[in-house]
Design a protein around this ligand. Structure first.
Ligand code: GAP
Length: 510
């Protein structure tokens, strides 16, 4: 794990107003975070990119904003009351609590690290002729590692699916997994913990226990017919929604990766039974394309088929990104069958069926879901963007965001605070502010202002100098190349628009 870089990214987030620990003046609140002025801009743009790509690029996907509080029976029907558990294990010496499956998965990740090392060593030895695929398939040591990973997968899957938690503990012991903090191997039994938060709400007939939704998806399911009828959609069609979800994550770690309060971007795609695998494959392809359009190289992503299938799914895959601490899930794509709608039919006594005029039949639709955590997407983009560069006589930290999601699209920098330069800056600002988040920065030397804008990931700096007065022009500086060009003030808007507009990003998807 590249702990050093990750620590630097966390510190950068605080220093530059991206993410703050929640209630920091009271000592903070574990696994809860607040987004600062630049964080909220980045988050809004990522949400907008997701929502617009879903609803504008697919005429058969429509939006919804359902509430966080739902009737408590929702969660009985969905299976969350009985089945939304994590297998937890405590270390008796360090008193730290862990998810048993995560301990095992981290162990597997270490084996993958060994495979990587073997391949790097071999690449050095064989030079240009090296074929990593063939080496991986024929080298006994690498093959042994792969077999070990597979065997662990199978054992963990069996333990979790058969609720054989004693065997999950035995697996942890046999692998010699120690507490990541203390190294101690003195473990308790593995036990299941429900992840939902509950609260009370006053009702005319007394107090009602409500849950804070652990996923936004159920709001979509219970509104399926409302939306289908009012939007006049025919199957197949999807409902997209963004919103907060809450989980009592006992093992909160890795900054905003695993939070107790987080935001999900979820889309449920309703289709005719029997067509779900076709849609599952289509959405898999569409979602990875969406990620890559932000400029992240393909090698940083991988698909990971679920070992432990959620109680509602017949197929599930994660899109994982290689964070500084290894490959981790960012998005889940699940084929949820007709499980949820059928459960809600049964518990509510109301029909949730669709009459399909093409086959003259009424049925409960099947559902393919795409579900991404906005906070994880945010972290992915920060990790990908964070770059330390050595320049001739100095160094810089630059966040190389895709320009369309950069918190500030352009900074206007009048060289001095006099001689009419602030007025030109102000006129340009007034022209641009309706379309972009632009800032005027007039403090500090121009070099320091460039460094600050690099650290915020601002793709364009527009410098107003004394020649601007006479020529109505300015210098535009590109964040990544640091190249500077002289352009007319009247051209600035079109230059920024071409690279930072959401529509230019969306167009790369079609
Ligand atoms: N409706 C399906 C569902 O909720 P999930 O895999 O549990 O599936 C979907 O969650 C996504 O939500 C994950 O891929 C992840 O990005 C995000 N997520 C889940 N738990 C999270 C947490 N505690 N903190 C931050 N993001 C989380």
């Amino acid at each position: 794990m590249n702990a050093d870089i990750f620590e630097k990214i966390i510190a950068h987030c605080k220093e530059y107003g991206f993410v703050f620990p929640s209630s920091e003046i009271y000592g903070g609140q574990a696994a809860v975070y607040d987004y600062g002025p630049n964080g909220v801009e980045l988050k809004n743009k990522l949400r907008q990119y997701w929502y617009q790509s879903m609803t504008r690029l697919h005429s058969n996907v429509v939006g919804l904003d359902s509430s966080i509080f739902m009737h408590p029976t929702t969660w009985k029907a969905s299976g969350h009351v009985d089945g939304f558990n994590d297998p937890m294990i405590d270390n008796k010496d360090s008193k730290k609590r862990y998810r048993a499956d995560v301990l095992v998965e981290d162990y597997q990740e270490k084996i993958r690290g060994k495979i990587k090392k073997e391949l790097t060593k071999a690449a050095k030895r064989f030079g240009e002729d090296f074929d990593p695929k063939m080496y991986a398939e024929t080298n006994p040591r690498v093959q042994g590692y792969h077999t070990q990973i597979k065997e662990i997968d199978a054992r963990l899957k069996a333990g979790l699916e058969n609720s054989d938690l004693a065997d999950v503990k035995a697996l942890i012991e046999e692998l010699g997994i120690g507490c990541p903090v203390s190294g101690s191997k003195n473990w308790t039994e593995v036990r299941q913990f429900n992840l939902m938060y509950s609260t009370q709400m006053s009702a005319t007939d007394g107090e009602q226990v409500l849950y804070l939704r652990p996923e936004t998806a159920q709001g979509i399911f219970v509104n399926f017919l409302n939306v289908q009828k009012t939007s006049r959609q025919k199957l197949p069609f999807g409902i997209a929604q963004t919103g907060k979800a809450f989980r009592n994550e006992i093992v909160a770690r890795q900054f905003i990766m695993r939070m107790k309060e987080f935001e999900q971007l979820e889309m449920q795609f309703f289709c005719r039974p029997g067509t779900e695998m076709e849609w599952y494959e289509k959405w898999k392809e569409s979602r990875i394309k969406w990620h890559k359009a932000l400029g992240t190289p393909e090698a940083k992503y991988r698909f990971h088929d679920h070992v432990k299938m959620a109680h509602y799914a017949n197929a599930a895959v994660d899109i994982e990104y290689e964070f500084p601490f290894g490959f981790k899930e960012v998005e889940g794509i699940h084929s949820r069958t007709d499980f949820d709608l059928k459960q809600h039919e049964e518990h509510s006594g109301k029909k949730l069926r669709y009459f399909d005029p093409e086959i003259n039949e009424s049925y409960v639709p099947y559902v393919v879901e795409t579900s991404i955590g906005l906070d994880r997407l945010f972290l992915l983009n920060l990790c990908q963007a964070y770059t330390e560069e050595k320049l001739e006589n100095e160094s810089r930290i630059v966040l190389k965001f895709h320009p369309a999601i950069a918190p500030i699209s352009a900074a206007i920098l009048p060289l001095v605070k006099k001689d009419g330069l602030p007025e030109i800056a102000e006129t340009l600002y007034k022209e641009l502010k309706f379309d972009f988040n632009v800032h005027i920065e007039d403090k500090d030397s121009i070099g320091r202002r460039y460094r600050r804008m690099d650290a915020l990931g601002t793709p364009f700096c527009i410098t107003i100098d004394h020649d601007s007065l006479a020529n109505q022009d300015c210098t535009i500086r590109y964040r990544d190349s640091m190249e500077q060009k002289r352009v007319k003030l009247s051209e600035v808007k079109a230059i920024i628009e071409a690279e930072t507009s959401m529509s230019s990003l969306l167009k790369t998807l079609v």
